[in-house]
Design a protein around this ligand. Structure first.
Ligand code: WTA
Length: 653
């Protein structure tokens, strides 16, 4: 049975428990109804909960496909995440409870975070960073990563966080694309007991980054554990974070940022070989993430909230840093792997700190399922009251396991659909209101308008089609850094003559109850363990190897990762297929992009299936990789190629 068939047969309904509803921030549909009739008014009300140094003149101005929100208003994201909490009862509240993989722990109150962010902001200033400059952040999951982001926000520098698992080349390309002046990194990080030598990667990257003037380096290594991290510091260019901190003033006045000033750029994969720099601005983004954090996670003063995402992804930006901190929440930050030293590490952390809200990805849930319930059951998870899921469609089986084994049947699950581009959650249950169905992200967040459209742009009432957002929302991307045409082409050109319709790149189905079921990407973007990877990126990495003439990459269903990467490769004359060459190519991709893009399968082939005009037919390759019946082959130039490939693929399995 296909995934879609499984979803179509899903009729279970889980209403919120009366106890949950009675205590929830939102208990009825009033909020949704009001927002549905006037989304702009809804967002304006949410924005007014933030601290503004100057009120806005105009809530929204929409000249499709460009929008402004809260024009004329001024605010600072770090003030909203930190300063406004230090004058009252939250001053001594834990903001960040951090645990390193080797077991070291630190807790920072809001007052502590205030001090650290001010110092870090002054360090950046001392290195010459001014408003509008770009700063790259390449750090492990340590508290300094949060301080660094907020420090940039404080002085109006635009951060671009690069996931620590990306290769030096990926880091280099991102830094060069947006011309960063400073790179903040660490000597290393810990992952599954191994050292990730970030500074060495950074050195390699920066050797080819002409705009980088300084590196600010956090010393992560602990004596005795990881001495091999030892970083080489280049005199004049590189500075230790802990040393520079001693030389700067304690207070740094926040920069008054216009609502539409850039807050950050985050690179994400698209359908070309080059990742795109998604640009988010200050006022709209903060409004989106703070409102969704509050309502979707039902955040209350006493909650202990844990989003397991890395800050290198949008989920880390929105729901580990900006959203929860804007709400004055207590957040858990964990550095390492979920199975280190044992497969119960996350549940141990949940128990130790009494986590009440837990937000993770389906790929992790499927791994927990595979490891077995005993790791969960070893721990007291009685404090948990809400569970969340993000990053890919969650299969009903994993949903049920999460509900029963982790949530003990009493925690609502919020399956949240959104994207790097949307900045904040767009489709989600409201936990005190929405009856959930396993596998469905349910309905749009208040103030968000969604449609399922056919290729002509006509609405599909019940059935499957393309997911579109039909009304602007505050936290939407404003452009692609340095390439506004790509912004227009990618997101607002799917339906000719309708530049007001945002094309998400996902397929979706609406059922008879109006519930939305996300069916996955309809473009050449893969979702491997919740990470977006463009097929073209992997193909470019492969053809970069001297032995490869041509490569085609497709996604293949994987029971833990959701999708795995399968590559079909044609070799240049003089090279022979072998298992050692296969390993070399897999490593080559990991070296070029990062381990997350390493293909699972590589199949060598004399030819690739092409149309008569020479286009590779990836659809047929997907059929082969999935072991499915082959679809329409009428446009194929040479049908024998496909038969040969299939025989070869099956022989290899
Ligand atoms: C997928 C991550 C189904 C989707 C926040 C989207 C999901 C892409 C869900 C964005 C969900 C995210 N159900 N699919 N709840 N959440 N996706 O930019 O394909 O890393 O387009 O943002 O992840 O990935 P991104």
């Amino acid at each position: 049975m296909s995934d879609i068939d499984v979803l179509l047969q899903e009729h279970r309904l889980f209403p919120p428990s009366p106890a949950f509803r009675a205590a929830a921030r939102v208990q009825d549909t009033q909020l949704q109804d009001a927002a549905a009739s006037d989304p702009v008014e809804f967002w304006a009300r949410e924005a007014s909960e933030l601290t503004w140094s100057k009120p806005w003149d105009t809530v929204m101005h929409w000249t499709p496909p460009h929008v402004t929100w809260f024009a004329g208003g001024e605010l600072n994201a770090s003030v909203n995440c930190v300063d406004r909490h230090i004058h009252g009862s939250r001053r001594n509240k834990a903001a960040i409870i951090w645990e390193g993989e080797p077991g070291d722990r630190r807790t920072y109150t809001y007052w502590d975070v205030y001090r650290e962010v001010n110092l870090a902001a002054n360090m950046l200033k001392k290195l010459g960073v001014v408003k509008g400059d770009r700063v790259a952040i390449y750090l492990p999951m340590i508290p300094e990563a949060v301080f660094a982001m907020l420090a940039c926000a404080r002085i109006g520098a635009v951060h671009t966080v690069v996931f620590g698992g990306f290769s030096p080349e990926s880091l280099r390309d991102r830094i060069n694309d947006c011309g960063c002046k400073v790179l903040i990194t660490a000597d290393g990080g810990y992952r599954r007991g191994q050292i990730v030598p970030l500074k060495r990667h950074a050195d390699k990257a920066v050797a080819e980054c002409p705009t980088i003037e300084h590196m600010l380096v956090v010393m992560r290594r602990r004596s005795g554990v990881g001495d091999e991290m030892a970083a080489e510091m280049q005199e004049g260019r590189d500075h230790w974070w802990h040393r520079l901190k001693r030389d700067v003033p304690r207070e740094c006045a926040p920069e008054a940022m216009s609502a539409e000033d850039n807050l950050f750029i985050l690179y994400t994969s698209g359908t070309t070989g080059k990742p795109k720099g998604v640009v988010h601005t200050t006022g709209g983004y903060m409004t989106g993430v703070s409102a969704t954090s509050k309502y979707v996670f039902d955040l209350k003063e006493e909650d202990v909230y844990w989003c397991t995402a890395d800050i290198g992804w949008i989920t880390g930006h929105s729901y580990l840093v900006y959203g929860p901190l804007a709400n004055g929440a207590t957040c858990i930050v964990y550095e390492g792997a979920p199975d280190w030293p044992e497969k119960d590490r996350l549940w141990e952390i949940c128990e130790r700190y009494g986590v009440t809200i837990f937000y993770t990805a389906p790929t992790a849930i499927r791994a927990f399922m595979k490891w077995g319930a005993s790791y969960v059951e070893k721990h007291d998870l009685s404090q948990l009251r809400l569970l969340g899921s993000v990053g890919e469609p969650i299969n009903p089986e994993a949903w049920m396991w999460y509900h029963e084994t982790v949530g003990k049947q009493h925690c609502p699950i919020v399956d949240t659909w959104w994207q790097t581009e949307t900045g904040a959650i767009m489709i989600t249950p409201l936990p005190g209101v929405t009856s959930t169905k396993p596998g469905s992200a349910t309905t749009p967040f208040p103030g968000v308008r969604v449609a399922v459209l056919d290729s002509q742009g006509d609405q599909i009432g019940v059935g499957g089609g393309l997911l579109a957002l039909t009304h602007p929302w505050p936290s939407m991307l404003r452009t692609i850094w340095g390439d506004d045409q790509r912004y227009i082409d990618t997101y607002f050109s799917k339906w000719p003559g309708r530049p007001d319709l945002y094309f998400a790149g996902d397929g979706a189905k609406r059922d008879e109850d109006g519930y939305l079921w996300i069916l996955g990407r309809v473009d050449d973007v893969l979702n491997v363990a919740g990470h977006r990877i463009g097929t073209m990126e992997v193909e470019s990495a492969l053809v970069d190897h001297p032995s490869v003439a041509e490569a085609a990459v497709v996604g293949k269903t994987h029971d833990i990762k959701g999708q795995a990467i399968a590559a079909f490769v044609t070799l240049r004359n003089g090279f022979t297929a072998s298992s050692s060459l296969r390993d070399e190519l897999r490593e080559h991709v990991a070296m070029k992009i990062g381990a997350l893009a390493r293909p699972d399968d590589i199949l060598f082939s004399a030819d690739l299936p092409k149309t008569r005009s020479g286009k590779i037919m990836r659809r047929l390759l997907r059929d082969i990789a999935e072991g499915r019946a082959l679809g329409d082959m009428s446009t194929l130039a040479d049908a024998t190629v496909v038969d040969g490939l299939r025989a070869q693929y099956e022989a290899q399995e």
